[in-house]
Design a protein around this ligand. Structure first.
Ligand SMILES: *[C@@H]1O[C@H](CO)[C@@H](O)[C@H](O)[C@H]1NC(C)=O
Ligand SMILES: *[C@@H]1O[C@H](CO)[C@@H](O)[C@H](O)[C@H]1NC(C)=O
Ligand SMILES: *[C@@H]1O[C@H](CO)[C@@H](O)[C@H](O)[C@H]1NC(C)=O
Ligand SMILES: *[C@@H]1O[C@H](CO)[C@@H](O)[C@H](O)[C@H]1NC(C)=O
Ligand SMILES: *[C@@H]1O[C@H](CO)[C@@H](O)[C@H](O)[C@H]1NC(C)=O
Ligand SMILES: *[C@@H]1O[C@H](CO)[C@@H](O)[C@H](O)[C@H]1NC(C)=O
Length: 527
């Protein structure tokens, strides 16, 4: 069974995936009725603010609305005082870290968050960081963080610092949550005026709570356990021990009674590994396909990798193949295969490998794109490329060097062009580009953005598909006809949108002869 709603799918696309799910359910009739959890990508922005505070909040909402499992980090930052964060209540699991910083909002209701895996740590140490959530004048700030179900942090420590209004972090027994055997770094500075904070409800165990009221009592699932238990428990007696595959806690003794899983969840059962895709057959001395086999996707076992993910040799769903493998489609499944010399050249784009954290293609890094046919990651060309930058000792980019992109057929992330040679009439260097997969998107939204250029047409003659993400073509004052093209024919999902504004005035366009922006086949001829 496929994951029901990959990434931030919503609206028609969500519906389409649901229909697909129903078809799959029909096919695998024995499949249990347990629902796949809704996943979202999460972010890796740390303290960076994306655009205006408004835009920043909108991306937050778009990313986490309806999300149950965050595949990377949950970052809640720059939320203003009056914002409504109830959409965060759906989140149950975070695979990376949770960062809550620089917010002025009163309450962050992560009420259903049960487990932080800490596969990635903030500042190399923290699975949970709650930092500086207050307004300068100290009249506003985070007061309540009622994470009443949080009972497991598998890896990493906790840092709570500089939150003058925040209550009840001192009444939480953190040692019941973190893995003390790994001695994670834990920094707890409870700066608030504790005497003005609510007391724990008298019924809470040993005065441990996340806030006022019986509903905010902390449920202890480790320190109270009988000695016989190997991990978590739901009470003090030996028969209350959870199965050792459980994380967070349980409702009974079996591996199907866990609140969350330590390793993998296969339908309702926690397992050490997902059911293998092939099994050794001792009579034929061959590996046979296992009809029960599943792929691992984060901490879940799935029958098929979700849309826009590829399968590795090891049977897991990943967002891009390793550099020594290439992507192929076999029986309708996209897979990573080892190259044997004949492989087309796959290169890291912006955001991947040595180009992680780099903002733009520039004179220093453009040579790494020589002979590339496929770029794993993003391509961003920003004004700084042509200006150069003394601080990072980056020379101005010679426009002729853009020719390296002529070999590129595929970009797995997004293509963003905000600067281009003034005398170029189109995006000539990308004339062989066939597919933009949009697995990563600018601001979590755009897979193709062309802004502020002097080009007259796009010239993306070979472009056949934009698999995911919206397009933005804006403020190109000489550009004609971008809005009359049949973008939908390039889109792979129903929910993709176009934003084509402030380009050349339509009336001026019809007066002069413009080049068609695409090859004819993509044009919707005007009546
Ligand atoms: C503090 O800042 C907030 C937001 O700017 C404002 O609404 C409030 O009136 C300020 N309070 C004081 C005491 O300055
Ligand atoms: C702390 O809060 C109490 C009750 O609201 C108040 O009486 C006291 O003055 C406050 N102390 C400080 C240092 O702000
Ligand atoms: C504490 O819990 C018990 C039963 O669990 C309930 O009867 C009692 O009313 C609770 N006490 C308070 C103060 O609510
Ligand atoms: C240019 O690229 C190099 C290498 O990727 C990087 O170290 C440098 O910071 C970049 N400069 C600018 C201004 O982006
Ligand atoms: C690019 O390909 C050409 C022709 O195959 C080859 O001569 C050249 O060495 C390659 N350059 C790089 C950097 O791979
Ligand atoms: C743009 O100008 C440069 C020199 O400034 C020249 O070398 C190049 O050929 C021109 N390109 C086009 C497409 O006219």
């Amino acid at each position: 069974m496929g994951v029901r709603s990959p990434l931030s799918a919503s609206g028609p696309r969500g519906a389409a995936v649901l229909v697909l799910l129903l078809l799959l359910l029909g096919r695998v009739a024995l499949c249990s009725a347990v629902e796949e959890k809704k996943v979202c990508q999460g972010t890796n922005n740390k303290l960076t603010q994306l655009g205006h505070v408004e835009d920043h909040f909108t991306s937050l909402q778009r990313m986490y609305n309806n999300c149950e499992v965050v595949l990377s980090n949950l970052e809640i930052t720059y939320v203003e005082h009056n914002r409504d964060l109830t959409f965060l209540k759906t989140i149950q699991e975070v695979a990376g870290y949770v960062l809550i910083a620089l917010n002025m909002v009163d309450v962050i209701p992560l009420e259903n968050l049960q487990i932080i895996r800490g596969n990635v740590l903030y500042d190399n140490s923290f699975a949970l960081a709650v930092l500086s959530n207050y307004h300068m004048n100290k009249t506003q700030g985070l007061r309540e963080l009622p994470m009443k179900r949080l009972s497991e942090i598998l890896n990493g420590g906790v840092k709570i610092s500089n939150n003058p209004k925040l209550c009840n972090m001192d009444t939480v027994l953190w040692n019941d949550i973190i893995d003390t055997s790994r001695k994670p770094l834990t920094v707890l500075d409870f700066a608030s005026n504790l005497s003005s904070c609510p007391k724990c409800h008298p019924n809470c165990t040993e005065d441990h709570c996340w806030g006022a009221g019986e509903q905010n009592c902390q449920t202890l699932t480790k320190v109270i356990c009988a000695q016989q238990c190997s991990g978590r428990c739901r009470g003090k007696v030996p028969s209350d021990c959870c199965h050792n595959q459980c994380a967070a806690g349980c409702t009974g003794p079996r591996e199907s009674d866990c609140l969350a899983c330590r390793k993998f969840r296969d339908d309702a059962t926690c397992k050490d590994t997902c059911p293998p895709l092939v099994l050794y057959n001792p009579t034929t001395y061959q590996m046979d396909v296992n009809p029960e086999g599943k792929y691992s996707f984060g901490a879940t076992c799935v029958r098929e990798c979700p849309h826009n993910y590829v399968v590795t040799d090891h049977g897991s769903c990943v967002r891009s193949c390793n550099t020594d493998t290439y992507e192929v489609e076999e029986n309708g499944v996209r897979k990573c295969k080892k190259c044997d010399g004949l492989c087309s050249k796959v290169c890291n784009g912006i955001g991947i490998g040595e180009l992680k954290g780099i903002l733009s293609i520039n004179a220093t890094n453009i040579d790494s794109f020589k002979n590339c046919t496929k770029i794993n990651g993003d391509v961003s060309i920003l004004p700084v490329a042509f200006l150069g930058d003394a601080f990072t000792k980056t020379l101005p980019l010679d426009p002729k060097k853009l020719d390296v992109f002529r070999t590129v057929k595929e970009i797995s992330g997004f293509l963003l062009i905000q600067a281009w040679p003034d005398n170029a009439t189109d995006l000539y260097a990308f004339e062989n580009l066939e597919i933009i997969r949009g697995r990563t998107k600018q601001h979590g939204q755009y897979s193709l953005a062309v802004v502020n250029l002097k080009i007259q047409s796009l010239g993306l003659r070979s472009l056949k598909e934009i698999s995911d993400g919206d397009i933005a073509i804006m403020k190109n004052k000489n550009l004609c006809y971008a809005d009359t093209m049949n973008w939908r024919s390039l889109f792979a999902t129903q929910s993709q949108k176009t934003k084509i504004i402030q380009n050349r005035n339509k009336n001026d366009c019809s007066k002069s002869v413009c080049f068609p922006a695409f090859a004819k086949a993509h044009n919707e001829m005007e009546e």
